[in-house]
Design a protein around this ligand. Sequence first.
Ligand code: F0G
Length: 368
Amino acid sequence: MKHPFNDCGVIARYREFLPVTDATPVISLSEGSTPLIHSPKLSAITGGEVYVKYEGLNPTGSFKDRGMTMAISKAAEEGAHTVLCASTGNTSAAAAAYAARAGMKCAVLLPAGRIAGGKMVQAYIYGASVIAIRGNFDDALRLVRELGETGDFAIVNSINPYRIEGQKTAAFEIIEELGNAPDIHILPVGNAGNITAYWKGYKEFKELGRSGKLPRMLGVQAAGAAPLYHGAPMDNPETVATAIRIGRPASWDGAKAAVSESGGCFEIVEDSEILAAQKWLASNEGIFVEPASAAPVAALFKCFNRSGKPTQCDCCPFRQIQPGAKVVLTVTGHGLKDPDTAKHAVTAPIETDATAQAVREALAKISN
Ligand code: F0G
């Protein structure tokens, strides 16, 4: 019997635009349909209409669930027993969860010591076999490619094209919600699957007449992990935003095409700007995201000074921004994924006696 909840999730919502058939068992956790939240404060800074696509509200806390429902459903269709991925933490969380639901084994290769605490816990609690590689994400992905050649594993990194197919649905949702594509779309870039997927989604809906235009794509990298910005792979990427600590993005060509075809650009932001933007978004708009996801907000601040004037960046799509232009920022993962990095915002709580008077006095001290 068909269960009503099977009608949720990105495959159910966008079935006709995805490579699935009646023979595809749909493995879903009701991912997608995430909120597009209007940001009055970011709008005031830019003079545009700024929205935040809050992908941290997916079932495992990041946008990876959109691609993983596709990758695991297709792996199930093909009779796979074990899935494998390299990850900076979010892909592994999603792979582990969807594999668990499909009754498959999942092995994840993670850069030792460089995975955010919440993501590490997810891999274990969903039952994955966790291998910590003495190396970075790029080393782990090289090993995944090598191990994939044996045919023993179904690879669920975004080198699996079904991942891109699933992730493009976020662009569909934005178009449906706004009634058109935005003028500018800003998102963090690491392995570059997501920017590739969004651009594919925007182009597909444009070709189908569901959108009247295409956005300019602005891909944001951490300054210490910015191979696409510099136009060359990096051997030792380094950033506090561990999710995007990547030097050899697999979807290099897709990301380049998205930016050049759309008239956009790559931008870089310093770790200090990322952490400041993370705190700003949480304390001004109530949206708590992990560091990588704050990179688009940091880029927006870099492109505009606080009085709303575009700064002097040669490539910036904002140089052409018209008042009221629509800007979408994808914030890719939930802040609770990486509580340790967010500790920069934490001060020791004031401890008081359990009386109303003591609490009033303590509050007065904080507000002073
Ligand atoms: N934001 C977050 C929170 C991510 O986890 C990632 C990638 C990105 C942005 C960048 O997306 O790779 O498609 O350009 N995380 C991967 C992972 C690498 O293993 O979880 P991308």
